[in-house]
Design a protein around this ligand. Structure first.
Ligand code: A3P
Length: 365
């Protein structure tokens, strides 16, 4: 007796083939779309983890493991310094792979910042912006953006971020938000956003920075902010509380170490905030110009000392000086010498570690 294979009805066969065809079409369409996506932020979730997941599911070229893995975790400063080249080259390979998101954004001619001044607060960040602004290849977000450090802004996505900077044709698009430096989540988020971004950190004598900060807090609060001593000292009135908020941005080594878990040293340029005031800013602006790969523009004549303001100011193309307003460079409050002395002592070991980390002695005493 011969057995006959069961016959598949033709209409079932057709139905099956149609389903395969539709599925292949949808898959191919999604692949092509997402290879070129840019600011269609409906796709892009605000958080690095979710962004990475979405991107990896939509775009096979995006490697989720990269944006979330700190490069230098658990490496001592010494180790970091020694293996700088090896780690940087390894990281460059990873960056190449992980940057499809950013390249896609560039491809569509978007206007997202490619440079960030991450801090530190009261170290001269506004003055630096004022100096950079005169360079013809630079565009700067007019206000502090606080995209990566404020949940309400970050959740608005990249479309919102892109609107904060106006010029689309400048070579270097900069935003500054000094709170980024001490915000725990920001480095990871910035890395997920653009792992080859250039970062600028201004470091100034940490004690002077605290005094400047406290002076500003005093004025902004109408004199109601607690005294510096109330903020700094623990109950015995002698030991500095290292968790005091007002001194955090001056702990340069602590926060820079955290940033270095996400970015190589070569991507973070440090500007000496004291030198920016003491000497013609040209001496700090020229290396910065090189770091940002800008055409040569800055020279000594682009900055002039204003005796009324007491600071150097940039010279505009019509030869006018563009000094900062009265809120910058205000006279400090009077502080106890004993407080200044204790602060100086407190910062000393942190400063030494910072010098070792960056390979430069800033001479803060
Ligand atoms: P002081 O309050 O100690 O004077 P930021 O812009 O980050 O808030 O920093 C403010 C500090 O920038 C001021 O600190 C001021 O000294 C310093 N600064 C540096 N260069 C300056 C310049 N050319 N004009 C005005 N302020 C400048």
């Amino acid at each position: 007796m011969s057995t006959q294979a069961p016959q598949i009805p033709v209409k079932h066969m057709l139905c099956f083939l149609l389903t395969v065809f539709v599925c292949s079409f949808v898959f191919a369409y999604q692949y092509i779309e997402n290879s070129n996506y840019c600011l269609s932020t409906s796709y892009i979730m605000p958080y690095p983890e979710s962004t990475a997941k979405v991107q990896s599911s939509l775009n096979p070229r995006f490697d989720t493991s990269i944006s979330r893995s700190p490069i230098y975790t658990n490496l001592s400063h010494e180790h970091y310094n020694k293996s700088d080249d090896a780690v940087t080259s390894k990281m460059n390979n990873r960056i190449e792979k992980s940057n499809s998101f950013w390249k896609a954004a560039e491809f569509r001619g978007c206007c997202l910042p490619n440079t960030i001044i991450i801090g530190a607060k009261k170290a001269g960040t506004r003055a630096l912006i004022n100096f950079l602004k005169i360079h013809p290849e630079v565009a700067i977000a007019p206000n502090e953006v606080h995209f990566f450090d404020r949940e309400e802004n970050y959740s608005r996505g990249l479309k919102w971020y892109a609107k904060k900077i106006e010029s689309q044709d400048a070579k270097v698009l900069i935003e500054k938000s000094p709170y980024y430096f001490i915000d725990y989540n920001t480095p990871e988020r910035v890395q997920a956003y653009n792992s080859s971004i250039k970062l600028i950190l201004l470091a100034r004598n940490p004690v002077k920075r605290v005094l400047s900060d406290q002076t500003q807090l005093f004025h902004n609060s109408g004199g109601t902010t607690p005294t510096l001593e109330e903020k700094l000292f623990t109950y015995d009135n002698t030991t500095v509380d290292k968790t005091a908020k007002v001194l955090q941005p001056s702990l340069y080594v602590k926060y820079l170490t955290h940033w270095l878990q996400w970015f190589p040293k070569s991507q973070i340029h440090i500007v000496d905030g004291d030198k920016l005031v003491r000497e013609n800013p040209f001496y700090e602006m020229k290396p910065l110009e090189k770091f940002l790969q800008l055409s040569s523009f800055f020279n000594l004549d682009k900055f002039q000392f204003s005796s009324t303001k007491g600071f150097f100011c940039p010279v505009l193309s019509n030869n006018d000086l563009k000094c900062l307003g009265s809120t910058k460079g205000t006279k400090h409050l009077r502080f106890y010498n004993s407080t200044i002395y204790k602060l100086t002592e407190f910062f000393q070991p942190y400063n030494e570690q910072f010098y070792t980390l960056v390979g430069k002695d800033f001479g803060w005493t």
